[in-house]
Design a protein around this ligand. Structure first.
Ligand SMILES: *Cc1c(COP(=O)(O)O)cnc(C)c1O
Length: 360
């Protein structure tokens, strides 16, 4: 039985989405209108934060958040190397300097210790990525006395000690790219904060550095969530918790089916409810396992085999001289298995049977 890595959750919502899009088209308001303001209010309330600022995508959200918390060109920002490239690109794109830190292989995330080792006199902020939907230890990072920007692109619906990912740090950023836990129909993103000043600067930065469209006080961006996407996101936000519950049920099904006897299962951080954007296991035979699964029609893939500090564009900030043993280990051993809101028991059983056949 073929099992895809990922299936869209949107099929049942297509008629309502089509109606919502038609309503926005008929409204004649396409940029920074009532849908965006309403979504910003609803998403901030959902997360338990004071402000949400809709932007063009999750990458811009990180850059704007960093600038809004006061990072300037030449300042250093600590970021894990084991993440999607954009987490670091968003730092370097405005002339700040990414300083790569290690991760704990058990959680795939930074720890207070790995971040502490990367701090220096020019460090101005920390980007804490909630990788694969597992919350990073943001409260401990805040004790280091620097602004912490959560890269929550993969973590919509996750919580840490009852607080939602996105309401833990100085600011947080989300992506609504179609495969993320809360998707839109193209590119979209948001920045969330409970700091009034950070929110005010972010609002200005997303609109060319102006708060009134006539006075321009910053060199900013043209990066806005648009009305069509916000209209769709307002329809889907009420589904998010139910979707994430279904992802958690699929994760429990993998454990119940004995997958843990074959590979290392993803470990929710202490106090965390994982959002399972991706279901990523570790195995010393990850590549062989992926080929064996593919031969049976089960899709599985590594995401970050080459960590960011070893990417060609990041050579000046990283390279082979950086010692990041946790990163190297997980880069080699991680493998994403099928996960989604509609993964069936039968599909889980097939994936586990295929792993068992491949590894024993
Ligand atoms: C998807 C993603 C981003 C970037 O989001 P875009 O909307 O594609 O720009 C940033 N960081 C992480 C960890 C992501 O997964």
């Amino acid at each position: 039985m073929p099992v895809p890595l990922f299936k869209s959750s949107l099929k049942p919502y297509e008629p309502r989405i089509a109606r919502r899009l038609a309503d926005v088209v008929a409204s004649g308001r396409y940029i920074l209108g009532p849908q965006v303001s309403a979504f910003e209010e609803e998403f901030a309330r959902y997360l338990g934060a004071r402000h949400c600022v809709g932007v063009g995508n999750g990458t811009d959200a990180i850059t704007i958040a960093l600038r809004a918390v006061g990072v300037e060109p030449g300042d250093e920002v600590v970021v894990p190397s084991f993440t999607f490239y954009a987490s670091a690109e968003a730092i370097a794109s405005f002339g700040a300097v990414p300083v790569f830190c290690d991760v704990d292989p058990a959680t795939f995330n930074v720890t207070r210790e790995t971040v502490e080792r990367a701090l220096g006199p020019r460090t101005r902020a920390i980007v804490a990525v909630h990788l694969f939907g597992n919350p990073a230890p943001v409260p401990e990072l805040l004790e280091l006395g620097l602004p912490v920007v959560e890269d929550a692109a993969q973590a919509a619906g996750a919580t840490l000690d009852g607080v939602r990912a996105g309401a833990l740090g100085t600011a947080a950023t989300f992506s609504f790219y179609p495969s993320k836990n809360l998707p839109c129909l193209g590119d979209g993103g948001a920045l969330v904060t409970s700091d009034d000043g950070v929110a005010e600067r972010a609002r200005r930065l997303r609109f060319h550095g102006s708060h009134d469209k006539v006075t321009f006080t910053d060199v900013g961006f043209n990066s806005r969530l648009d009305e069509l996407q916000a209209g769709v996101l307002r329809l889907l936000l009420p589904e998010l918790d139910g979707w994430v519950e279904r992802r958690r049920a699929a994760a429990r099904a993998y454990a119940d089916a004995g997958l843990g006897e074959l590979v290392s299962l993803p470990e929710p951080a202490p106090g965390a409810e994982h959002a399972y954007h991706l279901y990523v296991i570790r195995s010393g035979r990850a590549d062989g396992l992926a080929s064996a699964l593919a031969a049976r029609g089960v899709q599985a893939r590594p995401y970050y085999r080459r960590p960011v500090h070893l990417q060609p564009a990041m050579e000046r900030y990283g390279g082979r001289s950086l010692e990041l043993p946790g990163t190297e280990e997980v880069a080699r051993t991680h493998l994403a298995l099928p996960m989604g809101t509609d993964l069936t028991r039968a599909e889980v059983a097939e994936v586990v049977a295929a792993c068992r056949a491949a590894l024993s």
